[in-house]
Design a protein around this ligand. Structure first.
Ligand code: C5P
Length: 218
């Protein structure tokens, strides 16, 4: 059982993916965390994230390990816990440039396919290109969407207390990241033809989880 859950940020993708994996006893992989982790490594090692050739040269260097427990997702970079640092605004602002570099994608897609192959009970994999590129033979593909208003409101609530950013700034940053993620040449953010699209704008998190669990069990 391989469940691919794609979509932009603020659609409830991570919370839904983790809850579905936990409910169904499946492993969990957050591929966005891997792109963030490699971005964080580039930033901390003084690599200019806008220099695609420099990023490509360094793409093979960091050792990135993702935990598979949906109740406690972990990610380490060169054996250092990176769960906190990968969520900063600095990483969020730089991640689209790094993830557009084909060498970065090739490296991480290989890790992602290995994780899926090793998850004996099955896995929920969340990202932007899982259904189209990483695991095109997934058992079930979900594409989550939501209105820009709903997404920005959720993201602002998520950031509250951590990093001050108002709704308008969050919305602008999200739109910029979406445009970059959708516009890149190598495996852009996209819905697979055979994915089920779920608009989460008017749904509670529990309703989205229920909807996906029902689709898995069908
Ligand atoms: O999901 P999250 O917001 O953590 O993803 C961070 C970034 O990682 C995205 O904005 C995108 O640039 C990149 N990403 C990607 N392909 C994926 C998952 C994430 O390019 N499968």
């Amino acid at each position: 059982m391989i469940v691919a859950i794609d979509g932009p940020s603020g659609t409830g993708k991570s919370s839904t993916s983790r809850a579905v994996a936990a409910k169904l006893g499946l492993s969990y992989l957050d591929t966005g965390a891997q792109y963030r982790a490699i971005t964080w490594w580039m930033l901390t090692n003084g690599i200019d994230v806008n220099d695609a050739a420099g990023v490509a040269d360094a793409a093979g260097k960091p050792v990135i390990v993702s935990g598979s427990d949906p109740a406690a997702p972990t990610i380490t970079v060169d054996a250092v816990d990176a769960s906190g640092p990968i969520r900063t605004q600095e990483v969020t602002a730089a991640v689209s440039a790094v993830s557009a570099v084909p060498e970065v994608r090739a490296r991480l897609v290989e890790l992602q396919r290995t994780a899926a192959a090793e998850a004996l009970a099955g896995i929920v994999v969340e990202g932007r290109d899982i259904g189209t590129t990483v695991l095109p033979d997934a058992t079930l593909k979900i594409f989550l969407t939501a209105s820009e208003e709903a997404r920005a409101a959720r993201r602002t609530a998520e950031l509250k207390g951590k990093e001050a950013q108002d709704l308008a700034a969050t919305r602008a940053a999200m739109a910029k990241r979406d445009a970059a993620d959708s516009g890149r040449k190598t495996s852009p953010l996209a819905k697979a033809d055979d994915a089920v699209e779920v608009d989460t704008s008017e749904l509670t998190l529990d309703q989205v989880i229920e909807c996906v669990v029902t689709l898995v069990e069908e």
